[in-house]
Design a binder for this molecule. Structure first.
Ligand SMILES: Nc1ncnc2c1ncn2[C@@H]1O[C@H](COP(=O)(O)OP(=O)(O)OP(=O)(O)O)[C@@H](O)[C@H]1O
Length: 575
């Protein structure tokens, strides 16, 4: 697996100045912290040459000053690099979430929710290790090793013989790293399998507990765990001999063994050479290890940076995605929605085919049809959440794609299952119009007939949802309706908003929607006959096409798809 450094260098360019400052401070710190060692080696070699120290204060003073300056430089470098890393993390997370927010659902599906979560946590964490630690560690290790080597060659050139075990260890480590690619890919695949199997197991726990086929989910988890364990074991078996050899080669004993050759030298030279070898070479070993680990972290960071850049490319930025949009403003007054020759293909299937329809302004249009006909998908296309592959959706005369940035301000939605974010009741309602005061939240909660229940919660509108407080599905749906009403939308889309809730909540939602219908265009996907028959306009979708459209009583009186749907529902109810 060859490393692609472009993405990492591209990301690092965003924090170029603090990175350069931080790394320069790191080099200063390393040189300063090396000074006592240099002083010690020179002093000892001076004494070994039989010359007394005339003034011991200055070498001691120099060493002490260098340690203090080095300490200060290292603290400053840590601070600067951590701040730079923090800034980059914030940029990446914000860019990613902003782009995801403005991307069509299809793009987010392709980028994969779990991949985005992995970026926000794991990959950003990998970059943290690179910026805040690994590059600095690598640089400081390199300075120490090179300075140690220069000193060794200067003070006692013959002592370089004792570098042989070090060189052998480096060669072994490089060979080990070169064969790492396929193993890393296998490791990542095994970890990914284990992640997926554990999530599947935990999410499906209710079904697994109730049904006897629980062994299916369990066995997938067991085999993923087994695959991971087998891989790690065989990997450990393969790399252990080389790792052990490297550890032996990088031990002071190996250095001492090679350095003992210097005993063949004349006595006064032998003492200096042996001393230099035994002090300087072990001093280079620990930096060498940290260099190896830092390079490993930098390689991992480069892979993380590549995934981040690829995902950001898949979810285009709001400005790229809507370049033509900024000039067009939202149509004033009531809006009608039109689809012309719209088709949508998902994977290998044409799900929506040649859809032509109109949803009239300030009227309620109900989209109905058999299960799997493509109604939800059509709703997503009509609201710009999914792109069309052919055809065009427009609001009044303006193409929807040109109005994308304004959709948030003018369109509200209510889905089959309530979508709640972690936060207080008030925060969840205020999502409909950020910055709204509590009185406005309470007014729309009253409209959605949920105010009394919310007020009665332990902390009223300040109650945190999900933390020991579970509202029922119907109550949560009414809270979501309050949020949708708060946005004062021109267009509201609803996907079977009462399908999985109690009758009382369904009535409350129907009533609020009836009140809304005279000031807003309503598009609602629904199977309920009473909802279909009370609509101003009905569109029947069958197998991805518009089967028929018109006034509900006219369609019901005919012999088309709606009439047969009504017949089959009546037959089920009678039976
Ligand atoms: N992301 C997707 N990828 C692939 N196929 C999909 C995707 N979303 C939906 N489909 C398929 O598209 C078809 C239409 O789905 P859709 O949810 O729009 O149907 P629906 O009419 O709303 O059904 P229901 O009334 O049961 O909710 C289904 O066959 C579904 O399997």
């Amino acid at each position: 697996m060859s490393t692609d450094w472009r993405a990492l260098s591209h990301l690092l360019r965003r924090i170029r100045t603090p990175l350069i400052i931080g790394l320069s401070l790191e080099v200063i710190a390393s040189l300063c912290l090396l000074t006592p060692l240099v002083v010690a080696v020179f002093t000892v070699s001076h004494l070994a040459g039989g010359k007394p120290l005339t003034d011991p204060v200055w070498p001691l003073g120099l060493a002490a000053a260098a340690v203090i300056i080095g300490g200060i430089a290292r603290s400053a470098s840590t601070l600067v690099l951590h701040r730079a890393d923090n800034r980059l993390q914030l940029h990446i997370r914000r860019d990613l979430l902003t782009n995801v927010r403005h991307s069509p659902l299809e793009t987010v599906d392709r980028a994969g929710g779990s991949r985005i979560k992995q970026i926000v946590t794991d990959h950003v964490d990998a970059l943290h290790h690179v910026i805040a630690h690994a590059i600095g560690n690598a640089l400081s290790a390199l300075v120490l090793v090179l300075a140690g080597l220069a000193l060794l060659i200067w003070v006692a050139p013959l002592a370089t013989v004792a570098l042989a075990p070090l060189i052998a260890a480096v060669v072994l480590s490089r060979r080990q790293r070169r064969g790492m690619g396929p193993h890393m890919r296998e490791y990542q695949a095994a970890s990914h399998d284990l992640d997926r199997a554990s999530v599947e197991f935990v999410q499906g726990i209710t079904a697994l507990k109730v049904f006897h086929y629980s062994e299916t989910g369990l066995s997938r988890f067991r085999s993923a765990a087994q695959r991971w364990a087998t891989f790690v074991e065989s990997w450990a078996r393969r790399v252990t001999p080389s790792m052990t050899a490297q550890q032996v080669l990088l031990s002071p004993i190996a250095v001492a063994a090679f350095a003992s050759i210097t005993l063949l030298l004349p006595q006064n030279q032998a003492a200096t050479t042996l001393l230099a070898a035994m002090v300087l070479i072990p001093a280079m070993m620990s930096p060498l290890w940290s260099l190896a680990f830092a390079l490993w972290d930098i390689t991992t960071g480069a892979d993380a940076a590549r995934t981040i850049e690829e995902t950001l490319r898949e979810c285009p930025s709001p400005t790229e995605g809507n370049a033509a949009a900024s000039t067009l403003s939202w149509p004033s007054g009531p809006v009608s929605l039109h689809a012309s020759a719209v088709s949508v293909r998902l994977g290998e299937r044409d799900i929506l085919r040649d859809i032509n329809l109109t949803c009239p302004a300030t009227a309620t249009t109900v989209i109905t049809g058999p299960s799997g006909a493509g109604k939800t998908l059509l709703l997503e296309v009509l609201t710009g959440l999914r792109p069309t592959h052919t055809g065009i959706v427009s609001i009044n005369e303006t193409p929807l794609t040109s109005l994308q940035p304004q959709l948030n301000d003018h369109v509200s939605a209510l889905w089959q299952r309530p979508r709640i974010l972690r936060g207080t009741v008030a925060e969840n309602i205020a999502l409909g119009r950020p910055g709204t005061d509590i009185e406005a939240c309470q007014r729309v909660a009253r409209e959605a007939d949920i105010h009394d229940r919310l007020q009665a919660l332990p902390q009223g509108y300040d109650t945190m949802l999900g933390e020991g407080i579970d509202l029922s599905g119907g109550e949560l749906q009414r809270l979501c309706l309050a949020r949708a009403l708060l946005a004062e939308p021109t267009l509201i889309v609803l996907d079977e908003p009462t399908a999985s809730i109690d009758r009382e909540s369904a009535w409350a939602i129907d009533k609020a929607l009836r009140n809304l219908a005279n000031r807003c265009t309503v598009i609602r996907v629904d199977h309920r006959l009473d909802v279909v028959m009370s609509a101003d306009h009905v569109i029947v979708i069958d197998e991805g096409r518009v089967a028929e459209a018109g006034k509900p009583d006219q369609l019901a009186a005919g012999n088309g798809t709606l009439a047969s749907l009504i017949d089959s529902q009546t037959a089920v109810t009678t039976a």
